[in-house]
Design a binder for this molecule. Structure first.
Ligand code: ADP
Length: 213
């Protein structure tokens, strides 16, 4: 985050004199407290300063890169996830290919009749299936998909950085966002979203554009 001249000056005053009250900072700059309020709010929200009631502002001692790291580690899946695209496990490989084109995604999540996650289909899974001599309209996706329990998933409250780490370590493009639900006494996973490399790229850009506090 880029600080403006006044914010840099405030930071220096607090570094040299903290803890110091907002009124005292305003006095040193010959400005009103009200004029300073937005700058103090920004410096506090960004983590450069901390404020204690009746004590005043003090410098946290954190560098720009420490603060950036802290912000990245606060990003959660639910703020960046996209809508999932699912197919039923009885759908044919042909239908899945059509779906992948129509929905313009690189990964399809496979669900059973109760909308619970049972598998996953990547572009290469479908390409591999298309290379054989089988009739694609008669082969169900359940035959070729990667199936549970070998699926890497995440939940809406997970940290985005942890999901990004999984994408790298497992060498996959996408992870379903799931919620655990009990159906007929059995624990199942309901697909509520997806995180792909594109979502991670968007998070990266929004940090650079200072869209996240
Ligand atoms: P592609 O193979 O098309 O480049 P991926 O790298 O995402 O796409 O997929 C590689 C393999 O891993 C495929 O067989 C796919 O079914 C499987 N796969 C993809 N995503 C996951 C996941 N979240 N959990 C487990 N397996 C996955």
């Amino acid at each position: 985050m880029e600080l403006n001249n006044r914010q840099e000056t405030i930071l220096q005053i607090v570094k040299d004199n903290g803890p110091i009250t907002g009124d005292k900072i305003a006095e040193r700059l010959s400005l009103t407290r009200a004029t300073l309020r937005p700058d103090l709010a920004i410096l506090t929200m960004a983590g450069y300063l901390d404020a204690r009631p009746r004590v005043g502002y003090f410098y946290t001692g954190k560098t720009g890169s420490q603060l950036l790291t802290e912000r990245i580690k606060k990003l959660t899946v639910k703020d960046f996830q996209s809508m999932p695209v699912v197919v039923n496990e009885s759908a044919s490989v042909y239908d899945a290919i059509v779906n992948m084109f129509l929905e313009d995604v690189g990964t399809l999540f496979v669900v059973d009749g109760q909308s619970s996650l049972t598998g996953i289909l990547s572009r290469k899974d479908l390409l591999r299936a298309s290379m054989g001599k089988q009739d694609l309209e008669s082969v169900p996706v359940s035959i070729i998909m990667t199936r549970m329990p070998n699926i890497t998933s995440c939940s809406p409250d997970d940290l985005l950085i942890d999901v990004a780490t999984k994408l790298i370590s497992k060498q996959i493009d996408s992870v379903p966002v799931v919620k655990e639900v009990k159906k007929d006494g059995i624990q199942k996973l309901e697909v509520v979203g997806r995180i792909t490399k594109t979502n991670i790229t968007k998070a990266f850009v929004s940090i650079a554009n200072d869209e996240i506090q």
